[in-house]
Write a protein that binds this ligand. Structure first.
Ligand code: IPD
Ligand code: CA
Ligand code: CA
Ligand code: CA
Length: 262
């Protein structure tokens, strides 16, 4: 594991421990963002503050992009991409599917990714070219699964108009696959592809901090992580699956007109 992955893991563990020690309540919803369903708790901001201060102490010249605090910092060529709680709604309801997600980018390329699913005691890590790991176990995604036998996870974001379109997309996908899961954390969904717990994952409307770390983890586990028609993953679409299933899923999703979703 490279030094960035080690530092990211230490910080993600500390943030996860802090979050586990606090019991979320509905009163901790301090504000909503893009829509009434897009919530932020005091613990999202506390987690991001902790992570930013640890990065600043260890590497004062680096930049940090975080979901809650935006982008700031120096010009060392290193940028940390932080989702302080991915799966805030689950966190708020006491469901286990949430994670602290930290990625490190050097000159625009993600070289380390850590996803701490603290409620399950699982820390997923990856370093570029060095594989993806869950503790001491090397991860490999499922391969050779045809679309009709694929368990596929997805998510819907917060925007009501987009959700209506995503419902239509789901109606097209559901009859073609084994079944669909909606876990509530993009980072955990991608780690689940890496660990072979689902066969594939797609979502429209995700942001860089949702998938920067777990995208590397899935890729290092052998999955393809990309967008539509050879484009990189973006809010337009993030699709993740082993080669073969990736193309089959892509061909179902591509004609479903992402422009209607804008
Ligand atoms: C959200 C989760 C969710 C996904 C949304 C994300 P947040 O992140 O990853 O699964 O469907 O698109 O915004 O807001 O809980 O950090
Ligand atoms: Ca959020
Ligand atoms: Ca997120
Ligand atoms: Ca978040």
């Amino acid at each position: 594991m490279n030094a960035f992955a080690r530092l990211a893991e230490d910080i993600a563990r500390e943030a996860g421990d802090m979050l586990l020690a606090k019991r979320p309540t509905m009163s901790e919803v301090v504000e909503t963002k893009s829509s009434p369903t897009d919530v932020v708790t005091t613990l999202d901001t506390a987690s991001e503050r902790l992570i930013r201060s640890r990065i600043q102490e260890a590497r004062p010249g680096d930049r940090v992009l975080g979901e809650e605090g935006g982008e700031a910092g120096g010009d060392s060529g290193v940028r940390w991409i932080v989702d302080p709680i991915d799966g805030t709604v689950n966190f708020l309801y006491g469901l286990p599917e949430w994670a602290v997600s930290i990625a490190v980018e050097v000159d625009g390329q993600v070289v380390a990714g850590v996803v701490n699913v603290a409620s399950r005691g699982e820390v997923f890590t990856a370093a570029l070219g060095e594989g993806a790991w869950l503790g001491g176990q090397r991860l490999r995604c499922n391969t050779g699964v045809p679309l009709a036998q694929a368990l596929v996870s997805t998510g819907f974001g917060y925007d009501a108009r987009r959700r209506a379109v995503q419902g239509q997309v789901l109606a097209e996908v559901l009859p073609r696959v084994r079944d669909v899961r909606r876990g509530g954390s993009c980072a955990v969904d991608l780690c689940s592809v890496a660990a072979g717990r689902v066969d594939g994952y797609y979502e429209r409307g995700v942001n860089r901090w949702d998938y920067a770390a777990a995208g590397l983890i899935a890729a290092e586990a052998g999955a393809r992580v990309a967008g539509l028609n050879g484009r990189p993953a973006s809010p337009e679409l993030l699709l993740c699956a082993a080669p073969g299933l990736f193309e089959e899923l892509h061909d179902v999703l591509a004609p479903l007109d992402p422009e209607r979703d804008a």
